[in-house]
Design a protein around this ligand. Structure first.
Ligand SMILES: Nc1ncnc2c1ncn2[C@@H]1O[C@H](COP(=O)(O)OP(=O)(O)OP(=O)(O)O)[C@@H](O)[C@H]1O
Ligand SMILES: [Mg+2]
Length: 428
């Protein structure tokens, strides 16, 4: 039904049937966002596990007639999707939110063909509110470019409207329907907004305290740790006392991962066998984005090892990119060593690292803290994100310890669940 280019696409996806192994998660999330008492949601998971795709698909389900029925969605939802990587100030976020509300940008992005009437009404009400506000000369002052809220397509921005007022406008305009705001790449707020962070948090707080019956906010990021720090609920922080519903995703099951590969290979008409499938499931750790890379390259080359190596290059460059973003660190090569050790052993302690690099325990600790900050390890120094294993390329063939006949490629020395061509699953 779907083509291998769709099944192995490396872009974010929003079609429920193309989201392998996430049907339960989707049903659960549909259920949770429909609850009155939950407002803020935070999706966690390793790189390329499909966090963005999960949320996009949720938005699609909530706003597309066919899926609404299938997932038993009762309310009329208006989706507003915002990627925060290029949003540098509260004012630009205000403008973006209003603009998205006015233009049905998100519905088009999600390929919803027929814009529902309630969404059009919503846009019109935002316009009305802006016009009224302007006429009254209150709260809404025009930015220096000047804004014309005419019926045409040329909305001139920016408005100088603060985020708090934006939440008022969205809330008022959504009468009779609900809004779901998706914030992706949340780590950028933590890293770039500096003193303005609290304005973003106040926006969330206001929605959580006052507008919970009509507005829901679902959030994620590529790198989870800074996003977690942003959403801290310490008593000195804005969000103290507010509930954030967290949802974890990770690798998909062996069966779902296998189904994804088989669907793609069948559509591409390429040969495969149980050895190839099992090895791919083991070496990609069943992380959806990694599987997608593997699938794409296997279709291209028809060779297991070549496809694996290319998928490792893709994942490895993500890891290096993340390392490269670390600021104010002294010796980059120390980090390379540390990460390579981590990839090999699955755990790293300050002592081992200080020995290896001949540096002080304190220095080693700083390095480990930074690796924790970008989600590579947990507080105990254990490998948290298997995508780091993509820096390796030492695969070994093992024989199934259960039947002594199945075989598969695995990563040497890692203690993890693997599957053999005989379909036995074993924890190494
Ligand atoms: N459930 C799934 N089944 C199959 N493919 C998926 C699934 N979820 C995501 N993908 C694919 O995996 C890749 C990564 O997805 P996505 O960008 O949503 O992940 P992410 O966790 O947001 O990644 P990042 O850490 O880069 O932000 C994309 O190619 C996407 O199409
Ligand atoms: Mg993402």
């Amino acid at each position: 039904m779907f083509s291998y280019t769709e099944i192995f696409s490396d872009k974010e996806r929003f079609i429920p049937e193309l989201l392998y192994g996430r049907e339960d998660a989707l049903r659960k999330l549909v259920d949770l966002v429909s609850k009155q008492d939950l407002t803020l949601f935070f999706i966690k998971g390793p790189r390329r596990s499909g966090k963005s795709s999960l949320l996009l698909t949720l938005l699609k389900i909530l706003s597309n007639g066919e899926y609404k029925q299938k997932f038993n969605v009762k309310d009329n939802w208006i989706p507003i999707m915002v990627k925060l990587d290029a949003v540098t100030s509260p004012l630009s976020l205000s403008n973006l939110l209003l603009r998205r509300g006015l233009t049905n940008y998100t519905l088009k992005r999600l390929n919803v063909k027929k814009i529902p009437t309630y969404a059009k009404v919503f846009s019109e009400k935002i316009e009305e509110q802006l016009t009224v506000g302007r006429a009254l000369g209150g709260g809404i002052s025009l930015g220096n470019i000047g804004a014309s809220v005419s019926k045409g397509k040329n909305f001139a921005f920016p408005y100088s409207i603060d985020l708090s007022l934006v939440s008022d406008i969205l809330y008022e305009s959504a009468e009779g329907s609900k809004i779901i705001i998706m914030f992706d790449e949340l780590q950028y707020i933590y890293e770039n907004w500096k003193d303005n962070k609290s304005i973003f948090l106040q926006f969330l707080k206001k929605i959580s305290d006052e507008y919970y019956d009509r507005i829901k906010v679902v959030m994620t990021g590529s790198v989870i740790r800074p996003a977690e720090l942003l959403l801290s609920k310490d008593y000195t922080e804005e969000l103290h006392g507010r509930h954030i519903e967290e949802y974890n995703i990770g690798e998909i099951s062996f069966d779902d991962a296998e189904k994804m590969l088989i669907d793609g290979f069948t559509s591409a008409n390429v040969n495969y066998n149980d050895y190839i499938l099992s090895s791919a499931l083991n070496l990609t750790f069943r992380i959806p984005g990694w599987l997608a890379y593997f699938g794409k390259y296997y279709v291209e080359t028809g060779k297991l090892l070549e496809a694996i190596n290319k998928s490792y290059e893709e994942m490895g460059s993500l890891v290096r990119e993340e390392l490269g973003k670390l600021k104010r660190i002294k010796k980059r090569e120390y980090y390379d060593t540390a990460v390579n050790m981590l990839a090999k052993k699955g755990i790293l302690t300050p002592l081992e690292l200080s020995k290896q690099l001949n540096i002080s325990a304190h220095e080693a600790e700083i390095i480990l803290n930074n690796l924790n900050y970008i989600d590579f390890i947990n507080e105990k120094g254990e490998l948290k994100d298997y995508t780091i294993a993509s820096l390796r390329n030492d695969f070994e063939e093992m024989i199934c310890p259960i039947c002594n006949s199945g075989r598969a490629l695995v990563l040497k020395g890692l203690h993890y669940f693997v599957r053999f061509s005989c379909k036995h699953v074993v924890k190494l």
